[in-house]
Design a protein around this ligand. Structure first.
Ligand SMILES: Nc1nc2c(ncn2[C@@H]2O[C@H](COP(=O)(O)OP(=O)(O)OP(=O)(O)O)[C@@H](O)[C@H]2O)c(=O)[nH]1
Ligand SMILES: [Zn+2]
Length: 308
Protein backbone atom coordinates (compact mmCIF):
# COMPACT_ATOMS: atom_id res chain seq x y z
CA UNK A 1 0.00 0.00 0.00
CA UNK A 2 1.05 3.56 -0.58
CA UNK A 3 0.80 6.37 1.88
CA UNK A 4 2.19 9.61 3.13
CA UNK A 5 3.85 10.22 6.50
CA UNK A 6 1.68 12.67 8.43
CA UNK A 7 3.30 12.41 11.85
CA UNK A 8 6.75 11.53 13.08
CA UNK A 9 7.90 11.14 16.66
CA UNK A 10 11.27 9.60 15.87
CA UNK A 11 10.48 5.93 16.35
CA UNK A 12 6.80 5.89 15.46
CA UNK A 13 5.07 7.33 12.47
CA UNK A 14 1.56 7.86 11.25
CA UNK A 15 0.85 7.02 7.66
CA UNK A 16 -2.17 8.20 5.72
CA UNK A 17 -3.22 5.61 3.17
CA UNK A 18 -3.77 7.45 -0.06
CA UNK A 19 -7.06 5.98 -1.29
CA UNK A 20 -9.06 5.01 1.79
CA UNK A 21 -7.75 8.03 3.76
CA UNK A 22 -7.17 5.69 6.71
CA UNK A 23 -4.48 6.59 9.23
CA UNK A 24 -2.19 3.82 10.50
CA UNK A 25 0.43 3.74 13.20
CA UNK A 26 3.63 2.73 11.49
CA UNK A 27 7.19 1.62 12.07
CA UNK A 28 10.17 1.24 9.82
CA UNK A 29 11.52 -1.99 8.45
CA UNK A 30 14.85 -1.82 6.74
CA UNK A 31 17.16 1.03 6.04
CA UNK A 32 16.32 4.13 4.07
CA UNK A 33 19.03 6.21 2.62
CA UNK A 34 18.28 8.70 -0.10
CA UNK A 35 21.03 11.20 0.64
CA UNK A 36 24.70 10.94 1.55
CA UNK A 37 24.72 12.88 4.78
CA UNK A 38 23.80 11.15 7.99
CA UNK A 39 20.35 12.04 9.18
CA UNK A 40 18.83 12.04 12.64
CA UNK A 41 15.52 11.06 11.04
CA UNK A 42 15.35 8.58 8.17
CA UNK A 43 11.77 9.54 7.36
CA UNK A 44 10.09 12.90 7.59
CA UNK A 45 6.54 14.23 7.47
CA UNK A 46 5.57 14.57 3.82
CA UNK A 47 7.47 11.48 2.70
CA UNK A 48 5.67 9.14 0.34
CA UNK A 49 6.13 5.54 1.38
CA UNK A 50 5.12 1.99 0.70
CA UNK A 51 3.93 -0.13 3.62
CA UNK A 52 2.29 -3.42 4.51
CA UNK A 53 -0.18 -4.15 7.27
CA UNK A 54 0.45 -6.80 9.89
CA UNK A 55 -1.25 -7.92 13.07
CA UNK A 56 -2.95 -5.24 15.17
CA UNK A 57 -3.08 -3.02 12.11
CA UNK A 58 0.49 -1.88 12.57
CA UNK A 59 1.92 -0.63 9.29
CA UNK A 60 5.46 -1.56 8.40
CA UNK A 61 7.11 0.93 6.12
CA UNK A 62 9.23 -0.88 3.60
CA UNK A 63 10.10 1.72 1.01
CA UNK A 64 10.38 5.47 0.54
CA UNK A 65 9.79 7.14 -2.80
CA UNK A 66 12.23 9.80 -4.01
CA UNK A 67 11.54 13.20 -2.46
CA UNK A 68 10.48 16.08 -4.68
CA UNK A 69 12.18 18.41 -2.20
CA UNK A 70 12.89 18.83 1.50
CA UNK A 71 14.07 21.34 4.05
CA UNK A 72 16.86 20.62 6.48
CA UNK A 73 17.99 21.98 9.79
CA UNK A 74 21.16 21.38 11.67
CA UNK A 75 20.84 18.65 14.23
CA UNK A 76 20.62 20.06 17.73
CA UNK A 77 23.38 18.05 19.33
CA UNK A 78 25.51 16.59 16.57
CA UNK A 79 26.72 19.04 13.99
CA UNK A 80 27.61 16.38 11.45
CA UNK A 81 24.09 15.06 11.30
CA UNK A 82 21.22 16.82 9.63
CA UNK A 83 17.53 16.66 10.32
CA UNK A 84 14.84 16.75 7.65
CA UNK A 85 12.15 19.20 8.73
CA UNK A 86 9.59 18.30 6.07
CA UNK A 87 9.50 16.92 2.56
CA UNK A 88 7.44 17.20 -0.62
CA UNK A 89 6.43 20.73 0.24
CA UNK A 90 4.65 22.91 -2.33
CA UNK A 91 5.06 26.23 -0.58
CA UNK A 92 7.13 27.31 2.42
CA UNK A 93 5.94 30.46 4.20
CA UNK A 94 8.29 32.60 6.23
CA UNK A 95 6.70 34.92 8.78
CA UNK A 96 8.57 38.18 9.19
CA UNK A 97 7.80 40.63 12.00
CA UNK A 98 9.52 44.01 12.23
CA UNK A 99 9.10 43.98 16.02
CA UNK A 100 7.80 41.71 18.78
CA UNK A 101 9.92 39.83 17.88
CA UNK A 102 12.35 41.57 15.58
CA UNK A 103 13.06 39.16 12.73
CA UNK A 104 16.65 38.84 11.63
CA UNK A 105 17.05 39.21 7.90
CA UNK A 106 19.91 36.71 8.06
CA UNK A 107 17.45 34.04 9.17
CA UNK A 108 15.14 34.95 6.29
CA UNK A 109 17.98 34.94 3.75
CA UNK A 110 19.19 31.56 4.93
CA UNK A 111 15.65 30.21 4.62
CA UNK A 112 15.37 31.60 1.07
CA UNK A 113 18.72 30.15 0.03
CA UNK A 114 17.68 26.73 1.34
CA UNK A 115 14.41 26.98 -0.59
CA UNK A 116 16.44 27.72 -3.74
CA UNK A 117 18.83 24.86 -3.06
CA UNK A 118 16.07 22.32 -2.50
CA UNK A 119 13.63 23.56 -5.08
CA UNK A 120 10.88 24.82 -2.80
CA UNK A 121 8.66 27.79 -3.55
CA UNK A 122 8.96 30.36 -0.76
CA UNK A 123 6.42 32.99 0.29
CA UNK A 124 7.40 35.83 2.63
CA UNK A 125 4.63 37.00 4.95
CA UNK A 126 5.01 40.38 6.65
CA UNK A 127 2.90 39.82 9.73
CA UNK A 128 1.41 41.94 12.54
CA UNK A 129 0.91 44.86 10.14
CA UNK A 130 -1.73 46.18 12.57
CA UNK A 131 0.99 47.00 15.12
CA UNK A 132 2.95 49.34 12.84
CA UNK A 133 2.82 53.14 12.64
CA UNK A 134 3.32 54.91 9.31
CA UNK A 135 7.07 55.12 9.69
CA UNK A 136 7.36 51.43 10.51
CA UNK A 137 5.03 50.55 7.65
CA UNK A 138 7.40 52.33 5.32
CA UNK A 139 10.36 50.33 6.65
CA UNK A 140 8.47 47.10 6.06
CA UNK A 141 7.42 48.23 2.58
CA UNK A 142 11.05 48.91 1.70
CA UNK A 143 12.12 45.48 2.89
CA UNK A 144 9.23 43.96 1.00
CA UNK A 145 10.19 45.82 -2.19
CA UNK A 146 13.75 44.59 -1.85
CA UNK A 147 12.65 40.96 -1.81
CA UNK A 148 10.09 41.51 -4.54
CA UNK A 149 12.84 42.97 -6.74
CA UNK A 150 14.81 39.79 -6.32
CA UNK A 151 11.72 37.93 -7.49
CA UNK A 152 10.18 36.66 -4.26
CA UNK A 153 6.47 36.49 -3.60
CA UNK A 154 5.35 38.48 -0.54
CA UNK A 155 2.17 39.39 1.30
CA UNK A 156 1.32 41.93 4.06
CA UNK A 157 -0.85 40.29 6.66
CA UNK A 158 -2.35 40.57 10.11
CA UNK A 159 -4.11 37.78 11.95
CA UNK A 160 -5.83 40.37 14.14
CA UNK A 161 -7.43 42.43 11.37
CA UNK A 162 -7.43 39.49 8.90
CA UNK A 163 -5.60 41.72 6.42
CA UNK A 164 -5.01 39.78 3.19
CA UNK A 165 -5.72 36.39 4.78
CA UNK A 166 -8.07 35.64 1.87
CA UNK A 167 -5.12 36.08 -0.51
CA UNK A 168 -2.97 33.86 1.68
CA UNK A 169 -5.63 31.15 1.59
CA UNK A 170 -5.73 31.43 -2.21
CA UNK A 171 -1.98 30.85 -2.31
CA UNK A 172 -1.88 27.80 -0.02
CA UNK A 173 -5.22 26.21 -0.96
CA UNK A 174 -4.90 22.61 -2.19
CA UNK A 175 -1.14 22.67 -1.52
CA UNK A 176 1.16 21.27 1.14
CA UNK A 177 2.55 24.22 3.05
CA UNK A 178 4.82 24.81 6.00
CA UNK A 179 5.26 27.95 8.14
CA UNK A 180 8.45 29.25 9.76
CA UNK A 181 9.54 32.25 11.73
CA UNK A 182 11.05 33.26 15.04
CA UNK A 183 9.20 32.19 18.16
CA UNK A 184 6.38 34.65 18.77
CA UNK A 185 6.07 35.77 15.12
CA UNK A 186 2.44 34.66 15.24
CA UNK A 187 2.52 31.26 13.57
CA UNK A 188 -0.17 29.60 15.70
CA UNK A 189 -2.35 32.71 15.73
CA UNK A 190 -2.19 32.83 11.94
CA UNK A 191 -3.16 29.19 11.52
CA UNK A 192 -6.03 29.71 13.98
CA UNK A 193 -7.19 32.81 12.12
CA UNK A 194 -7.47 30.76 8.95
CA UNK A 195 -9.05 27.77 10.67
CA UNK A 196 -9.71 27.84 14.43
CA UNK A 197 -10.18 24.09 14.89
CA UNK A 198 -7.07 22.85 13.12
CA UNK A 199 -5.51 21.72 16.41
CA UNK A 200 -2.03 22.88 15.63
CA UNK A 201 0.57 22.42 18.33
CA UNK A 202 0.38 24.91 21.17
CA UNK A 203 2.67 25.79 24.03
CA UNK A 204 1.00 23.32 26.37
CA UNK A 205 1.53 20.37 24.08
CA UNK A 206 5.19 21.27 23.53
CA UNK A 207 5.63 21.28 27.28
CA UNK A 208 4.25 17.79 27.76
CA UNK A 209 6.42 16.63 24.88
CA UNK A 210 9.46 17.68 26.82
CA UNK A 211 8.79 14.77 29.14
CA UNK A 212 8.98 12.34 26.25
CA UNK A 213 12.13 11.02 24.69
CA UNK A 214 11.82 12.34 21.18
CA UNK A 215 11.18 15.97 21.83
CA UNK A 216 13.13 17.30 18.90
CA UNK A 217 11.64 15.22 16.13
CA UNK A 218 7.92 15.79 16.51
CA UNK A 219 6.24 17.07 13.36
CA UNK A 220 2.73 16.68 12.07
CA UNK A 221 0.63 17.36 9.00
CA UNK A 222 -2.81 18.92 9.43
CA UNK A 223 -5.50 19.27 6.78
CA UNK A 224 -7.28 22.52 5.94
CA UNK A 225 -11.03 22.53 5.39
CA UNK A 226 -10.41 24.76 2.37
CA UNK A 227 -8.12 22.10 0.84
CA UNK A 228 -4.49 21.22 1.22
CA UNK A 229 -2.41 20.77 4.33
CA UNK A 230 0.10 22.41 6.61
CA UNK A 231 3.08 20.69 8.20
CA UNK A 232 3.55 21.82 11.78
CA UNK A 233 7.19 21.57 12.84
CA UNK A 234 9.00 22.15 16.10
CA UNK A 235 10.66 25.58 16.07
CA UNK A 236 13.53 25.83 13.61
CA UNK A 237 16.42 28.02 14.69
CA UNK A 238 18.78 27.43 11.78
CA UNK A 239 18.13 26.10 8.29
CA UNK A 240 21.01 24.24 6.69
CA UNK A 241 22.28 22.86 3.42
CA UNK A 242 24.02 19.55 3.08
CA UNK A 243 26.06 17.96 0.33
CA UNK A 244 26.69 21.30 -1.36
CA UNK A 245 29.90 22.72 -2.75
CA UNK A 246 31.04 26.22 -1.89
CA UNK A 247 30.86 27.18 -5.56
CA UNK A 248 27.17 26.33 -5.74
CA UNK A 249 26.04 28.77 -3.07
CA UNK A 250 25.84 31.77 -5.39
CA UNK A 251 23.17 29.97 -7.39
CA UNK A 252 20.92 30.23 -4.36
CA UNK A 253 21.11 34.03 -4.22
CA UNK A 254 19.42 34.99 -7.50
CA UNK A 255 20.49 38.65 -7.55
CA UNK A 256 24.10 37.83 -6.59
CA UNK A 257 24.20 35.18 -9.29
CA UNK A 258 22.75 37.62 -11.82
CA UNK A 259 25.23 40.38 -10.94
CA UNK A 260 28.08 37.84 -10.97
CA UNK A 261 27.62 37.32 -14.70
CA UNK A 262 29.46 40.62 -15.22
CA UNK A 263 32.48 39.73 -13.07
CA UNK A 264 35.85 39.70 -14.80
CA UNK A 265 36.53 36.07 -13.90
CA UNK A 266 33.92 33.51 -14.81
CA UNK A 267 34.74 31.52 -11.66
CA UNK A 268 34.61 34.59 -9.43
CA UNK A 269 33.43 33.80 -5.89
CA UNK A 270 32.84 37.50 -5.13
CA UNK A 271 35.11 37.58 -2.11
CA UNK A 272 38.05 39.82 -3.03
CA UNK A 273 38.65 39.28 -6.73
CA UNK A 274 39.46 42.26 -8.95
CA UNK A 275 36.68 43.69 -11.13
CA UNK A 276 34.02 41.78 -9.25
CA UNK A 277 30.57 43.03 -10.21
CA UNK A 278 29.06 41.77 -6.95
CA UNK A 279 31.49 43.78 -4.83
CA UNK A 280 30.77 46.79 -7.03
CA UNK A 281 27.04 46.24 -6.62
CA UNK A 282 27.46 46.22 -2.85
CA UNK A 283 29.35 49.49 -3.03
CA UNK A 284 26.71 51.23 -5.14
CA UNK A 285 23.97 49.84 -2.91
CA UNK A 286 22.41 47.87 -5.73
CA UNK A 287 23.00 44.68 -3.78
CA UNK A 288 22.00 44.22 -0.17
CA UNK A 289 24.77 43.83 2.39
CA UNK A 290 22.71 41.57 4.70
CA UNK A 291 22.17 39.05 1.94
CA UNK A 292 25.83 39.10 0.98
CA UNK A 293 26.85 38.36 4.58
CA UNK A 294 24.61 35.28 4.63
CA UNK A 295 26.08 34.27 1.26
CA UNK A 296 29.60 34.37 2.74
CA UNK A 297 28.49 32.45 5.83
CA UNK A 298 26.90 29.66 3.81
CA UNK A 299 30.06 29.36 1.71
CA UNK A 300 32.14 29.05 4.87
CA UNK A 301 29.81 26.36 6.21
CA UNK A 302 29.91 24.43 2.94
CA UNK A 303 33.68 24.44 3.08
CA UNK A 304 33.73 23.25 6.69
CA UNK A 305 31.28 20.45 5.95
CA UNK A 306 33.36 19.23 3.05
CA UNK A 307 36.54 19.22 5.12
CA UNK A 308 34.96 17.01 7.77
N1 LIG B 1 -0.98 42.71 17.05
C1 LIG B 1 -0.89 41.46 16.61
N2 LIG B 1 -0.46 40.50 17.45
C2 LIG B 1 -0.36 39.24 16.98
C3 LIG B 1 -0.70 38.90 15.63
N3 LIG B 1 -0.48 37.59 15.46
C4 LIG B 1 -0.07 37.11 16.66
N4 LIG B 1 0.03 38.09 17.57
C5 LIG B 1 0.43 37.96 18.99
O1 LIG B 1 1.78 37.56 19.04
C6 LIG B 1 2.02 36.66 20.11
C7 LIG B 1 2.68 35.38 19.62
O2 LIG B 1 1.79 34.71 18.77
P1 LIG B 1 1.85 33.11 18.54
O3 LIG B 1 0.84 32.80 17.51
O4 LIG B 1 1.77 32.41 19.84
O5 LIG B 1 3.32 32.99 17.95
P2 LIG B 1 4.08 31.66 17.47
O6 LIG B 1 4.88 32.06 16.30
O7 LIG B 1 3.13 30.56 17.31
O8 LIG B 1 5.04 31.42 18.70
P3 LIG B 1 5.74 30.04 19.14
O9 LIG B 1 4.63 29.15 19.61
O10 LIG B 1 6.67 30.45 20.23
O11 LIG B 1 6.45 29.52 17.93
C8 LIG B 1 0.67 36.43 20.76
O12 LIG B 1 0.56 37.27 21.91
C9 LIG B 1 -0.31 36.86 19.70
O13 LIG B 1 -1.53 37.32 20.24
C10 LIG B 1 -1.15 39.97 14.76
O14 LIG B 1 -1.44 39.79 13.58
N5 LIG B 1 -1.21 41.21 15.31
ZN1 LIG C 1 32.50 38.49 -8.54
Amino acid sequence: MKGIIIKSTGSWYQVLEAESKTIYEARIRGKFKLIKTRLTNPLAVGDEVEFSLEQDDVAWITKIFPRKNYLIRKSVNLSKEAHIIASNVDIACFIYTLKFPETSLGFLDRFLACCEAYNIKPLILFNKMDTLNDEEKEIVENIEAMYQNIGYDTLNISSYTKLNLNFLIDKIKDKTSVFFGHSGCGKSTLVNAMQPDLHIRTGEISESQLKGKHTTTFAQMHFWDFGGSVIDTPGVREFAMIDVQKEEIQHYFPEIFQAGRSCKYHNCMHINEPKCAVLQGLETGELEETRYITYLKLMEEAEEMNQN
